[in-house]
Design a binder for this molecule. Structure first.
Ligand SMILES: [Zn+2]
Length: 401
Protein backbone atom coordinates (compact mmCIF):
# COMPACT_ATOMS: atom_id res chain seq x y z
CA UNK A 1 0.00 0.00 0.00
CA UNK A 2 1.49 3.40 -0.93
CA UNK A 3 2.46 5.68 1.94
CA UNK A 4 0.83 9.09 2.48
CA UNK A 5 4.08 10.90 1.71
CA UNK A 6 4.67 9.12 -1.61
CA UNK A 7 1.02 9.67 -2.55
CA UNK A 8 1.29 13.41 -1.84
CA UNK A 9 4.65 13.84 -3.51
CA UNK A 10 3.52 11.72 -6.45
CA UNK A 11 6.62 11.60 -8.61
CA UNK A 12 6.18 8.52 -10.81
CA UNK A 13 9.15 6.22 -11.39
CA UNK A 14 10.87 7.43 -8.23
CA UNK A 15 10.56 6.30 -4.67
CA UNK A 16 11.40 8.11 -1.47
CA UNK A 17 14.64 7.07 0.10
CA UNK A 18 14.80 9.60 2.95
CA UNK A 19 13.63 13.05 3.94
CA UNK A 20 15.25 15.74 6.06
CA UNK A 21 13.78 18.80 7.70
CA UNK A 22 16.42 21.53 7.53
CA UNK A 23 16.14 25.05 8.94
CA UNK A 24 14.90 26.58 5.72
CA UNK A 25 13.65 23.62 3.71
CA UNK A 26 12.52 20.05 3.40
CA UNK A 27 14.92 17.94 1.41
CA UNK A 28 13.51 14.73 -0.04
CA UNK A 29 15.92 12.16 -1.37
CA UNK A 30 14.52 9.94 -4.09
CA UNK A 31 15.86 7.10 -6.18
CA UNK A 32 14.64 5.17 -9.23
CA UNK A 33 11.84 2.73 -8.67
CA UNK A 34 13.47 -0.35 -10.13
CA UNK A 35 10.16 -1.87 -11.15
CA UNK A 36 10.27 0.48 -14.14
CA UNK A 37 12.79 0.33 -16.91
CA UNK A 38 14.16 3.78 -17.84
CA UNK A 39 12.92 5.39 -21.05
CA UNK A 40 14.67 7.71 -23.50
CA UNK A 41 13.75 11.38 -22.92
CA UNK A 42 13.47 11.93 -26.69
CA UNK A 43 11.87 8.87 -28.30
CA UNK A 44 10.58 7.25 -25.10
CA UNK A 45 12.00 3.85 -26.02
CA UNK A 46 12.98 1.65 -23.10
CA UNK A 47 16.72 1.25 -22.65
CA UNK A 48 19.32 -0.15 -20.29
CA UNK A 49 20.80 2.19 -17.69
CA UNK A 50 24.41 3.10 -18.15
CA UNK A 51 25.25 5.08 -15.03
CA UNK A 52 23.62 7.17 -12.32
CA UNK A 53 23.62 10.94 -11.76
CA UNK A 54 22.16 13.16 -9.05
CA UNK A 55 20.15 16.34 -9.38
CA UNK A 56 18.35 18.73 -7.05
CA UNK A 57 15.25 20.67 -8.09
CA UNK A 58 12.67 22.90 -6.37
CA UNK A 59 9.14 21.66 -5.91
CA UNK A 60 5.98 23.28 -4.62
CA UNK A 61 6.18 24.37 -1.00
CA UNK A 62 4.76 22.31 1.84
CA UNK A 63 3.13 24.69 4.32
CA UNK A 64 5.82 27.25 5.23
CA UNK A 65 8.70 25.05 4.03
CA UNK A 66 10.42 25.19 0.69
CA UNK A 67 10.72 21.72 -0.79
CA UNK A 68 13.70 20.37 -2.71
CA UNK A 69 13.84 17.00 -4.42
CA UNK A 70 17.24 15.43 -4.60
CA UNK A 71 16.94 12.51 -6.96
CA UNK A 72 19.03 9.95 -8.73
CA UNK A 73 18.43 9.59 -12.44
CA UNK A 74 19.98 7.36 -15.00
CA UNK A 75 21.97 8.00 -18.09
CA UNK A 76 20.93 5.51 -20.76
CA UNK A 77 22.08 4.41 -24.16
CA UNK A 78 19.16 4.59 -26.55
CA UNK A 79 19.41 2.55 -29.76
CA UNK A 80 18.09 5.53 -31.73
CA UNK A 81 19.19 8.66 -29.85
CA UNK A 82 22.54 7.62 -28.34
CA UNK A 83 23.56 8.57 -24.81
CA UNK A 84 20.72 10.47 -23.19
CA UNK A 85 19.11 10.84 -19.80
CA UNK A 86 15.96 9.04 -18.77
CA UNK A 87 12.56 10.65 -19.11
CA UNK A 88 10.44 11.82 -16.19
CA UNK A 89 7.00 13.36 -16.51
CA UNK A 90 7.51 15.69 -13.57
CA UNK A 91 10.53 17.59 -14.87
CA UNK A 92 11.94 18.61 -18.23
CA UNK A 93 15.64 17.97 -18.89
CA UNK A 94 17.82 20.66 -17.30
CA UNK A 95 14.88 22.50 -15.60
CA UNK A 96 15.56 23.75 -12.07
CA UNK A 97 12.02 23.22 -10.85
CA UNK A 98 9.38 20.51 -11.22
CA UNK A 99 6.82 20.90 -14.00
CA UNK A 100 4.04 21.49 -11.49
CA UNK A 101 6.04 24.28 -9.87
CA UNK A 102 6.75 25.77 -13.32
CA UNK A 103 3.01 25.73 -14.02
CA UNK A 104 2.26 27.46 -10.73
CA UNK A 105 4.92 30.11 -11.47
CA UNK A 106 3.59 30.57 -15.02
CA UNK A 107 0.03 30.78 -13.78
CA UNK A 108 0.84 33.54 -11.28
CA UNK A 109 2.83 35.41 -13.95
CA UNK A 110 -0.47 35.92 -15.78
CA UNK A 111 -1.63 38.16 -12.97
CA UNK A 112 1.48 39.47 -11.23
CA UNK A 113 4.74 40.96 -12.43
CA UNK A 114 8.05 39.12 -12.41
CA UNK A 115 9.43 40.63 -9.22
CA UNK A 116 6.23 39.90 -7.28
CA UNK A 117 6.23 36.27 -8.43
CA UNK A 118 9.97 35.96 -7.74
CA UNK A 119 9.41 37.24 -4.20
CA UNK A 120 6.45 34.96 -3.60
CA UNK A 121 8.35 31.81 -4.57
CA UNK A 122 11.77 33.04 -3.38
CA UNK A 123 13.22 32.54 -6.83
CA UNK A 124 15.51 34.76 -8.90
CA UNK A 125 13.44 36.98 -11.28
CA UNK A 126 15.44 35.76 -14.27
CA UNK A 127 14.54 32.18 -13.37
CA UNK A 128 10.89 33.21 -13.12
CA UNK A 129 11.10 34.84 -16.54
CA UNK A 130 12.60 31.73 -18.14
CA UNK A 131 9.95 29.53 -16.51
CA UNK A 132 7.18 31.84 -17.69
CA UNK A 133 8.56 31.84 -21.24
CA UNK A 134 8.62 28.06 -21.25
CA UNK A 135 5.12 27.89 -19.77
CA UNK A 136 3.64 30.25 -22.39
CA UNK A 137 5.43 28.56 -25.31
CA UNK A 138 4.03 25.23 -24.21
CA UNK A 139 0.49 26.55 -24.41
CA UNK A 140 0.79 28.67 -27.54
CA UNK A 141 0.37 27.25 -30.97
CA UNK A 142 1.53 29.20 -33.99
CA UNK A 143 -1.57 29.89 -36.02
CA UNK A 144 -1.54 28.84 -39.68
CA UNK A 145 -1.84 31.56 -42.32
CA UNK A 146 -3.66 29.51 -44.93
CA UNK A 147 -7.18 30.83 -44.78
CA UNK A 148 -7.03 34.43 -43.65
CA UNK A 149 -9.48 36.77 -45.35
CA UNK A 150 -9.62 39.92 -43.22
CA UNK A 151 -6.45 41.27 -41.65
CA UNK A 152 -5.98 44.08 -39.16
CA UNK A 153 -2.58 45.69 -38.60
CA UNK A 154 -1.53 48.00 -35.85
CA UNK A 155 1.62 49.38 -34.32
CA UNK A 156 2.61 49.06 -30.69
CA UNK A 157 5.31 51.16 -29.06
CA UNK A 158 7.51 48.65 -27.31
CA UNK A 159 10.16 50.77 -25.66
CA UNK A 160 10.92 54.36 -24.87
CA UNK A 161 12.03 56.20 -27.98
CA UNK A 162 10.73 55.01 -31.28
CA UNK A 163 10.77 51.27 -31.27
CA UNK A 164 7.66 49.55 -32.53
CA UNK A 165 6.15 46.16 -33.05
CA UNK A 166 3.51 45.54 -35.70
CA UNK A 167 0.72 43.34 -34.45
CA UNK A 168 -1.21 41.48 -37.14
CA UNK A 169 -4.68 40.06 -36.50
CA UNK A 170 -7.12 37.74 -38.20
CA UNK A 171 -10.15 39.94 -37.66
CA UNK A 172 -12.67 37.25 -38.60
CA UNK A 173 -11.47 34.91 -35.87
CA UNK A 174 -10.28 37.67 -33.55
CA UNK A 175 -6.84 36.12 -33.13
CA UNK A 176 -3.39 37.57 -33.06
CA UNK A 177 -1.49 35.94 -35.93
CA UNK A 178 2.02 37.37 -35.72
CA UNK A 179 4.06 40.13 -34.14
CA UNK A 180 6.88 41.54 -36.23
CA UNK A 181 9.60 43.79 -34.87
CA UNK A 182 9.41 47.22 -36.48
CA UNK A 183 6.84 48.92 -38.68
CA UNK A 184 8.87 49.41 -41.84
CA UNK A 185 7.99 47.90 -45.22
CA UNK A 186 10.81 45.42 -44.82
CA UNK A 187 9.63 44.32 -41.38
CA UNK A 188 5.98 43.88 -42.36
CA UNK A 189 6.91 42.15 -45.66
CA UNK A 190 8.14 39.19 -43.59
CA UNK A 191 4.55 38.41 -42.68
CA UNK A 192 3.27 38.44 -46.25
CA UNK A 193 6.28 36.45 -47.43
CA UNK A 194 5.46 33.82 -44.83
CA UNK A 195 1.89 33.83 -46.08
CA UNK A 196 3.16 33.16 -49.61
CA UNK A 197 0.45 31.86 -51.96
CA UNK A 198 -2.18 32.22 -49.25
CA UNK A 199 -2.06 36.00 -49.80
CA UNK A 200 -4.62 35.36 -52.54
CA UNK A 201 -7.28 34.65 -49.89
CA UNK A 202 -6.97 38.12 -48.38
CA UNK A 203 -9.98 40.28 -49.22
CA UNK A 204 -9.47 43.31 -46.99
CA UNK A 205 -6.89 44.81 -44.65
CA UNK A 206 -7.65 47.39 -41.98
CA UNK A 207 -4.67 49.67 -41.35
CA UNK A 208 -3.61 52.99 -40.00
CA UNK A 209 -2.76 55.65 -42.63
CA UNK A 210 0.92 54.77 -42.12
CA UNK A 211 2.34 54.67 -45.64
CA UNK A 212 4.65 51.63 -45.29
CA UNK A 213 1.64 49.44 -44.31
CA UNK A 214 -0.31 50.60 -47.35
CA UNK A 215 2.69 50.00 -49.61
CA UNK A 216 3.22 46.45 -48.36
CA UNK A 217 -0.45 45.50 -48.75
CA UNK A 218 -0.46 46.91 -52.29
CA UNK A 219 2.67 44.93 -53.11
CA UNK A 220 1.61 41.52 -51.75
CA UNK A 221 -2.21 41.68 -51.98
CA UNK A 222 -2.94 44.21 -54.76
CA UNK A 223 -6.50 42.82 -55.10
CA UNK A 224 -7.32 43.38 -51.42
CA UNK A 225 -9.25 46.42 -50.22
CA UNK A 226 -7.29 48.69 -47.90
CA UNK A 227 -9.60 50.04 -45.23
CA UNK A 228 -8.58 53.04 -43.14
CA UNK A 229 -10.84 52.22 -40.26
CA UNK A 230 -12.65 54.47 -37.82
CA UNK A 231 -10.64 53.44 -34.78
CA UNK A 232 -7.31 54.44 -36.32
CA UNK A 233 -8.62 57.72 -37.72
CA UNK A 234 -10.15 58.71 -34.39
CA UNK A 235 -6.93 57.73 -32.57
CA UNK A 236 -5.01 60.04 -34.88
CA UNK A 237 -7.53 62.79 -34.32
CA UNK A 238 -7.06 62.41 -30.56
CA UNK A 239 -3.45 63.50 -31.07
CA UNK A 240 -4.71 66.78 -32.53
CA UNK A 241 -7.06 67.34 -29.60
CA UNK A 242 -4.08 66.78 -27.34
CA UNK A 243 -1.87 69.29 -29.18
CA UNK A 244 -4.59 71.96 -29.09
CA UNK A 245 -5.34 71.23 -25.42
CA UNK A 246 -1.69 71.65 -24.45
CA UNK A 247 -1.36 74.85 -26.45
CA UNK A 248 -4.51 76.30 -24.89
CA UNK A 249 -3.34 75.29 -21.43
CA UNK A 250 0.02 77.05 -21.93
CA UNK A 251 -1.74 80.25 -23.01
CA UNK A 252 -4.52 80.17 -20.40
CA UNK A 253 -4.90 82.44 -17.37
CA UNK A 254 -4.61 81.01 -13.86
CA UNK A 255 -8.38 80.34 -13.77
CA UNK A 256 -8.28 78.90 -17.27
CA UNK A 257 -5.46 76.55 -16.27
CA UNK A 258 -7.48 75.39 -13.26
CA UNK A 259 -10.43 74.64 -15.53
CA UNK A 260 -8.35 72.79 -18.13
CA UNK A 261 -6.52 70.68 -15.57
CA UNK A 262 -7.52 67.02 -16.04
CA UNK A 263 -9.44 67.85 -19.24
CA UNK A 264 -7.61 65.33 -21.44
CA UNK A 265 -9.76 62.38 -20.37
CA UNK A 266 -12.98 64.39 -20.74
CA UNK A 267 -12.11 65.53 -24.25
CA UNK A 268 -11.01 62.12 -25.54
CA UNK A 269 -13.76 59.97 -24.04
CA UNK A 270 -17.14 59.66 -25.68
CA UNK A 271 -19.67 61.83 -23.93
CA UNK A 272 -21.96 58.86 -23.35
CA UNK A 273 -19.27 57.18 -21.21
CA UNK A 274 -18.81 60.16 -18.85
CA UNK A 275 -20.43 60.54 -15.44
CA UNK A 276 -22.76 63.49 -14.84
CA UNK A 277 -20.00 65.46 -13.05
CA UNK A 278 -17.66 64.82 -16.01
CA UNK A 279 -20.30 65.97 -18.48
CA UNK A 280 -20.80 69.20 -16.51
CA UNK A 281 -17.07 69.89 -16.41
CA UNK A 282 -16.77 69.19 -20.12
CA UNK A 283 -19.61 71.63 -20.86
CA UNK A 284 -17.76 74.32 -18.85
CA UNK A 285 -14.52 73.72 -20.71
CA UNK A 286 -16.22 73.88 -24.11
CA UNK A 287 -18.05 77.06 -23.15
CA UNK A 288 -14.88 78.69 -21.86
CA UNK A 289 -12.50 77.69 -24.67
CA UNK A 290 -13.47 78.33 -28.28
CA UNK A 291 -10.62 76.35 -29.86
CA UNK A 292 -11.34 73.25 -27.79
CA UNK A 293 -15.01 73.66 -28.60
CA UNK A 294 -14.17 73.58 -32.30
CA UNK A 295 -11.93 70.48 -32.14
CA UNK A 296 -14.41 68.70 -29.88
CA UNK A 297 -17.42 69.40 -32.11
CA UNK A 298 -15.43 68.23 -35.13
CA UNK A 299 -14.51 65.05 -33.27
CA UNK A 300 -18.17 64.17 -32.84
CA UNK A 301 -18.86 64.96 -36.49
CA UNK A 302 -15.86 62.95 -37.61
CA UNK A 303 -17.12 59.90 -35.72
CA UNK A 304 -20.54 60.30 -37.32
CA UNK A 305 -19.07 59.90 -40.84
CA UNK A 306 -18.94 56.13 -40.24
CA UNK A 307 -22.70 56.06 -39.70
CA UNK A 308 -23.03 56.46 -43.47
CA UNK A 309 -23.34 53.06 -45.08
CA UNK A 310 -23.38 54.02 -48.77
CA UNK A 311 -20.39 55.34 -50.71
CA UNK A 312 -22.11 58.60 -51.88
CA UNK A 313 -23.35 59.58 -48.42
CA UNK A 314 -20.02 58.63 -46.80
CA UNK A 315 -18.13 60.65 -49.40
CA UNK A 316 -20.38 63.66 -49.02
CA UNK A 317 -20.06 63.60 -45.20
CA UNK A 318 -16.28 63.26 -45.52
CA UNK A 319 -15.97 66.18 -47.93
CA UNK A 320 -18.20 68.33 -45.76
CA UNK A 321 -16.11 67.52 -42.72
CA UNK A 322 -12.84 68.38 -44.52
CA UNK A 323 -14.28 71.74 -45.64
CA UNK A 324 -15.37 72.58 -42.09
CA UNK A 325 -11.99 71.58 -40.69
CA UNK A 326 -10.17 73.83 -43.18
CA UNK A 327 -12.45 76.76 -42.37
CA UNK A 328 -11.23 76.82 -38.77
CA UNK A 329 -8.07 78.74 -38.01
CA UNK A 330 -6.39 75.68 -36.52
CA UNK A 331 -3.46 74.60 -38.74
CA UNK A 332 -3.41 71.00 -37.45
CA UNK A 333 -6.99 70.58 -38.63
CA UNK A 334 -6.14 71.71 -42.15
CA UNK A 335 -3.29 69.19 -42.28
CA UNK A 336 -5.60 66.45 -40.96
CA UNK A 337 -8.31 67.26 -43.51
CA UNK A 338 -5.77 67.19 -46.35
CA UNK A 339 -4.49 63.81 -45.14
CA UNK A 340 -8.01 62.41 -45.07
CA UNK A 341 -8.62 63.61 -48.61
CA UNK A 342 -5.47 61.94 -49.85
CA UNK A 343 -6.75 58.67 -48.36
CA UNK A 344 -10.35 58.94 -49.59
CA UNK A 345 -10.36 55.58 -51.43
CA UNK A 346 -9.29 53.69 -48.33
CA UNK A 347 -11.80 55.58 -46.20
CA UNK A 348 -14.83 54.85 -48.36
CA UNK A 349 -13.73 51.20 -48.57
CA UNK A 350 -15.40 50.93 -45.20
CA UNK A 351 -18.79 50.98 -46.97
CA UNK A 352 -17.77 47.88 -48.96
CA UNK A 353 -15.95 46.15 -46.10
CA UNK A 354 -17.43 47.44 -42.84
CA UNK A 355 -14.63 45.92 -40.79
CA UNK A 356 -15.16 46.06 -37.08
CA UNK A 357 -11.83 47.10 -35.60
CA UNK A 358 -13.23 47.12 -32.07
CA UNK A 359 -11.11 44.04 -31.23
CA UNK A 360 -7.92 45.91 -32.22
CA UNK A 361 -8.93 48.74 -29.92
CA UNK A 362 -9.61 46.31 -27.07
CA UNK A 363 -6.32 44.45 -27.65
CA UNK A 364 -4.46 47.75 -27.60
CA UNK A 365 -5.69 48.32 -24.08
CA UNK A 366 -4.63 44.77 -23.14
CA UNK A 367 -1.16 45.30 -24.61
CA UNK A 368 -0.75 48.52 -22.66
CA UNK A 369 -1.71 46.71 -19.47
CA UNK A 370 0.85 43.99 -20.21
CA UNK A 371 3.47 46.68 -20.77
CA UNK A 372 2.61 48.57 -17.61
CA UNK A 373 2.70 45.42 -15.50
CA UNK A 374 6.17 44.61 -16.74
CA UNK A 375 7.40 48.17 -16.22
CA UNK A 376 9.31 48.14 -19.50
CA UNK A 377 10.43 44.97 -21.17
CA UNK A 378 14.11 44.47 -21.85
CA UNK A 379 13.47 41.18 -23.55
CA UNK A 380 11.52 41.46 -26.82
CA UNK A 381 10.89 37.73 -27.05
CA UNK A 382 9.27 37.75 -23.61
CA UNK A 383 7.21 40.86 -24.37
CA UNK A 384 5.86 39.22 -27.53
CA UNK A 385 5.01 36.03 -25.67
CA UNK A 386 3.15 38.01 -22.99
CA UNK A 387 1.14 39.81 -25.69
CA UNK A 388 0.23 36.48 -27.33
CA UNK A 389 -0.71 35.07 -23.94
CA UNK A 390 -2.94 38.01 -23.05
CA UNK A 391 -4.72 37.98 -26.40
CA UNK A 392 -4.82 34.41 -27.72
CA UNK A 393 -4.88 32.58 -24.40
CA UNK A 394 -7.40 34.89 -22.75
CA UNK A 395 -9.64 31.92 -21.97
CA UNK A 396 -6.75 29.54 -21.77
CA UNK A 397 -6.48 26.61 -19.42
CA UNK A 398 -5.98 27.51 -15.80
CA UNK A 399 -3.47 25.46 -13.89
CA UNK A 400 -4.15 23.80 -10.61
CA UNK A 401 -2.22 25.42 -7.83
ZN1 LIG B 1 15.65 7.64 -27.93
Amino acid sequence: MPSISSTIIDLPRLKIKASELKTDRILIHMEPDLRFKPRCSYCEAKAHPNRNHKREIRDLACFQHKVYINFTYREIICGQCGTVIEKFEFVTPYARVTTRMAEAVGHLCKYMNLSEVAKYFALDWKTVREIDKYYIKKQLEELPLNNIRVIGMDEVACKKGHQYFTVIYDLERNQLLRIVEGRTEKAVSQFFQEMGDHCKNVKAVAVDMWQPYTNVVKKYCPWARIVYDKFHIISNYHKIIDIVRRREFAQASVEGKALLKGSRYLLLKNKGNLKESGKDKLENILEYNKQLNVVYTLKEQLQAIWDNVTVPSFLSALNQWCDMARETDIPELTIFANTLERHTTGLISYCLYPINTGPIEAHNITINLVKRKARGFHDNEYFKLKIFQAINLRDGPACQL
